[in-house]
Design a protein around this ligand. Structure first.
Ligand SMILES: [Zn+2]
Ligand SMILES: [Zn+2]
Length: 389
């Protein structure tokens, strides 16, 4: 196992134990009673200076003061799992059918607890480590709720850092980039209201299926013809439902899908053009088309200076050759984006090695990544707010 730091190597088996307990006990969204209780118990055992529970329902913030006064730096972990069945076959598999830690948030939470343990013992920094444990990353916007409940001002956070494990990135490597790391992710619902009737008398009806397919075809022109080819955008229609039998024209059609973009301007262009397409088709076919565009997560935008610092902290652990400072952006979304809108900071990927991908039923967080992740958090605090003495 990796170590440049003996104490981190010493505590890693205990962190692995916490990680596996969390893995066996997955909970969803804001509903994390067991997880939050477990995390708070560990934080009390570790002896952090303050624990503030019940933020964004089951989220919490732990405070550790350094041996000297100075600014506060935020480190964030997410705690929630996904609504799916586990097929990893590992001994510490989920004990709850239909729930699984398939994104490695169990590892993220355990590593931040590991950093807490180290930082409480050593306190080799000047200022405050603000450890943010958030619920509801997977679709609930828990990070947004924590920011709205005022954690950044309340704990006077100057900078905030995030970390996510990355299957496919070798163990012992880190990756990040300045600017857009992950995409803005939005959902949409469309309701087409026509007029149902006998399929043999279409002229007495208004066929919503025809209008729905015209919308979908129209959407295909948005990325190809209305957004800058250099910018990245995705518009995927993922569900269309209408009708139930052979000889009835149904009264309604429903469409669902998602939009991804790496720039806010592209995101806005896509949303505006979708409305134009719906309005145009509505006029052409003479029926009502309602688009509900639901902005979810903004672009996860790494601030330039903080990305530099984060890359330096990682390189100090694994060497420059094991840090990709210009990795390609991904079209997934991440609600750490809300924290990066509130404070300067950066998110980094931690190599999970050659494992199944996140959100896959065979996925498991790689415990061998724990020492790298814990040391990254420790380095971030000790380097951003170094003790003078
Ligand atoms: Zn996920
Ligand atoms: Zn995740």
């Amino acid at each position: 196992m990796h170590t440049t730091n003996n104490r981190i190597a010493d505590i890693s088996p205990e962190v692995t134990g916490w990680r596996r307990w969390l893995h066996q006990n997955p909970e969803l969204l804001f509903d994390l009673p067991k997880t939050a209780k477990y995390v708070a118990e560990r934080l009390r055992e570790i002896g952090v200076d303050e624990i503030h529970e019940g933020i964004a329902q089951t989220g919490m913030v732990a405070i550790i003061h350094g041996r000297e006064k100075g600014p506060a730096i935020g480190l964030r972990a997410d705690m929630d799992a996904l609504p799916m069945d586990e097929e990893s076959g590992v001994e510490h598999s989920s004990q709850t059918p239909g729930k699984m830690h398939a994104c490695g948030h169990d590892g993220h939470t355990a590593m931040l607890l590991g950093a807490a343990k180290y930082l409480v013992e050593t306190r080799n920094f000047a200022g405050t480590a603000v450890l943010i444990f958030q619920p509801a990353e997977e679709g609930g916007g828990g990070g947004d709720v924590m920011v709205k409940e005022g954690i950044m001002d309340r704990f006077d956070v100057k900078e905030v850092y995030g970390m996510h494990n990355a299957p496919g990135l070798p163990l012992g490597q880190f990756a990040l980039r300045k600017g857009a790391l992950l995409a803005a992710a939005d959902f949409f619902d469309i309701v087409v209201t026509g007029k149902g009737g006998h399929a043999a008398r279409p002229h007495h009806c208004k066929d919503p299926i025809l209008a729905a397919t015209a919308c979908i075809t129209g959407f295909q022109s948005i990325i190809s013809r209305y957004t800058d080819p250099i910018e990245n955008g995705v518009l995927s229609v993922t569900a269309i439902t209408s009708g139930s039998t052979y000889n009835v024209i149904p009264p309604h059609a429903h469409i669902k899908g998602t939009v991804r973009a790496l720039h806010e301007a592209t995101r806005q262009t896509i949303a505006d053009r979708m409305q134009d397409v719906c309005d145009g088709v509505s006029k052409m076919y003479g029926m009502e088309i309602e688009l509900k565009y639901k902005p979810l997560y903004p672009v996860t935008f790494n601030h330039s200076d903080n990305t530099e610092f984060a890359g330096d902290h990682a390189a100090s652990i694994v060497g420059e050759e094991n840090v990709d400072r210009d990795c390609p952006p991904r079209m997934g979304g991440e609600d750490f984006s809300f924290m990066l809108l509130s404070r300067p900071g950066a998110m980094i990927y931690l190599g999970n090695g050659d494992t199944a991908g996140v959100h896959h039923p065979a996925y498991d967080f790689n415990d061998d990544a724990i020492p790298f992740g814990v040391e990254y958090w420790v380095k971030t605090i000790e380097t951003r707010i170094p003790a003078q003495a």
